[in-house]
Design a protein around this ligand. Sequence first.
Ligand SMILES: NC(=O)c1ccc[n+]([C@@H]2O[C@H](COP(=O)([O-])OP(=O)(O)OC[C@H]3O[C@@H](n4cnc5c(N)ncnc54)[C@H](O)[C@@H]3O)[C@@H](O)[C@H]2O)c1
Length: 461
Amino acid sequence: MPVPGPGYSITIRVAAPPSASVAGDLTSAVGHVGGVITAFDVVDSHADSVVIDITCNALSADHARDITEALRALPGVDVRKVSDRTFLVHLGGKIEISAKVALRNRDDLSRAYTPGVARICQAIADNPDDARRLTIKRNTVAVVTDGSAVLGMGNIGPAAALPVMEGKAALFKKFAGVDAWPVCLDTQDTEEIIRAVELIAPVYGGINLEDIAAPRCFEIERRLRQKLDIPVFHDDQHGTAIVVVGALRNALRVVGKDMADAKIVVCGVGAAGSAIIRLLLQRGPADIVAVDVDGIVHRDRGDTDANLRWVALNTNRENKAGRLHDALVGADVFIGVSAPNLFGAEQVATMAPDAVVFALANPDPEIDPLEAQKHAAVVATGRSDYPNQINNVLAFPGVFRGLLDAQAHTITDAMLLAAADAIADVVDGERLNASFIVPSVFDAAVAPAVAEAVRKAAGGH
Ligand SMILES: NC(=O)c1ccc[n+]([C@@H]2O[C@H](COP(=O)([O-])OP(=O)(O)OC[C@H]3O[C@@H](n4cnc5c(N)ncnc54)[C@H](O)[C@@H]3O)[C@@H](O)[C@H]2O)c1
């Protein structure tokens, strides 16, 4: 059951008669239609009216309109203005560049810019590795998208993807001090994307691919990793895989099972599912059975897609066929990165005792978490309004902090696994329980722990 949240937060300015009951009338009207008031400010007062800003959370844009109409319908109430606080946050964008050097006089100018800067340019021309020491390359990451798989909205294009990429850049800075910049490319052609990233790479110490649709994302990442001497990381794949593997380690600790005995169903074999399967396989589970929109992935299905063929060859020891419901019978773990509302409590009941269910489809999970809880011992989702939120923010800032600090040229599975363990280890034995298998995204210990683990795995000190 969704609850009104700050994603749809509005401030409604009303003028109302200054009666003793005005506050109660206004707040009741909002509450009656399900709005949640978070602030109530009298901003002006006259003999015949008071002007009040009512800030409240709604469920959706339509619900926000219903709340406004409920206030407008009150006798004597005049709705003057409605501000959408989420839009206000985005006016003019969410990030900016600021200079690290003072430019107060000719002296400063001569060092930061010409003529002094020419000696720095020459040093880099003589020794290209110096770019990592003497330029923004040391701390800068490109957040590259083609806008083809943006959040739950799909292919909305590069300009519409920009607010997400700006948000990502803001998170990089906030959690790990990484300077990230959005690079939204006006092409969805694999070769053009590869070439464009190759051409801009000199400026950056790492490439974070973002919201690029499968299967194109696999080829783009693979080829860029071959071509570039900086790490290339597709967050929708590896960021998710890191957090899932870390969370699963803790979930299995809670239920007292070993990875080596765990039978795992992964539903969704797209960007996230494929990467989860590949990383999990390194941890040696008893078996993984992958399921996609066409059912269980097996060797006789005749898939032509290279990714699905690889998955068929490396999972499903018994080469089972069937649907998701068949795969769930006797499974210890369900990991969903697929589509909303695929099964109910009755299917969870067919899983092994003390089942673990990660239902991560956003915004609506594969199973309602309250239904899953009826039979599962541990439940996680991608949502912030339930316990155990699997959120990539736990991984990507620290991963890039570590990569940049190590001046890494590549990223390896060993680094991804080190990051997963670091996230899991932030939840110590004292705090670990079925409702707390991953740390909060605001836990300041996470990014430094992940960074250190990645830096060490990259051979840094
Ligand atoms: N941290 C998180 O919580 C997190 C991270 C990554 C992705 N996700 C979510 O996981 C989902 C998938 O993301 P993606 O980027 O991998 O998408 P994708 O489009 O690359 O892959 C989707 C996969 O789901 C499968 N699928 C679709 N409908 C299905 C059905 N009815 N039954 C079984 N399988 C079905 C498809 O066949 C495909 O393999 C999205 O909802 C996304 O929001 C959540």
